[in-house]
Design a protein around this ligand. Structure first.
Ligand SMILES: [Zn+2]
Length: 178
């Protein structure tokens, strides 16, 4: 098991829809372990397989004491309530902007043995489940920003230098970086 390199914005895999998992084998369990170790190493709150270069529908999350993973997740929204707030992404170091999301989310998926499992999330966990499932569809948080915010974010991204040592914002909120 290993901490894997995190793919940054500009890598085409981040814009590519991931494939459903079909083999519930040791390789899948190793992928979940690598995702978990990489997430912990990066001190983030969520990480999807395409972010480490694997085009499969798997993500891990660590929001407060709620930790876990989902294979082949599908989202369901029990109501119309929304939330607005700052969000970051491990594939966009140092970039934090407001993103509107649904407040309540139910994610249904499978364990690494293929058994059904469901995660019910509100607030930050709901945000995380939406952000990670978007990653599996090749959708990024900049695609969810309103037009003015996205414009600001794209400017900050163009000015960011991710080739050198990444300078992290002092107000970095590790519980909202997915
Ligand atoms: Zn992300």
């Amino acid at each position: 098991m290993a901490i894997r390199g995190i793919r940054l914005f500009g890598d085409p895999i981040l814009k590519t829809a991931a494939d459903p998992v079909r083999d519930f084998d040791k390789q899948l369990r190793n992928l979940v372990k690598d995702l978990t170790e990489t997430l912990d190493g990066a001190q983030g709150a969520g990480l999807a397989a395409p972010q480490i270069g694997v085009g499969l529908r798997v993500f891990v999350y660590a929001v407060g004491s709620e930790r876990g993973y989902l294979v082949n997740p599908e989202l369901d929204f029990p109501d119309d309530a929304e939330q607005d707030g700052e969000e970051g992404c491990l594939s966009f170091p140092g970039i934090y902007y407001d993103v509107k999301r649904r407040l309540n989310t139910v994610a249904r998926g499978l364990t690494d043995r293929g058994d059904p499992v469901q995660v019910v999330g509100t607030e930050v966990l709901a945000r995380c489940l939406q952000h990670e499932t978007d990653h599996l569809d090749g959708v990024l948080f900049i695609d969810r920003m309103d037009q003015a915010t996205r414009k600001q974010a794209m400017k900050a991204i163009r000015e960011a230098n991710w080739d050198g040592p990444v300078k992290l914002s002092p107000h970095r909120m590790t519980d909202r970086i997915f």
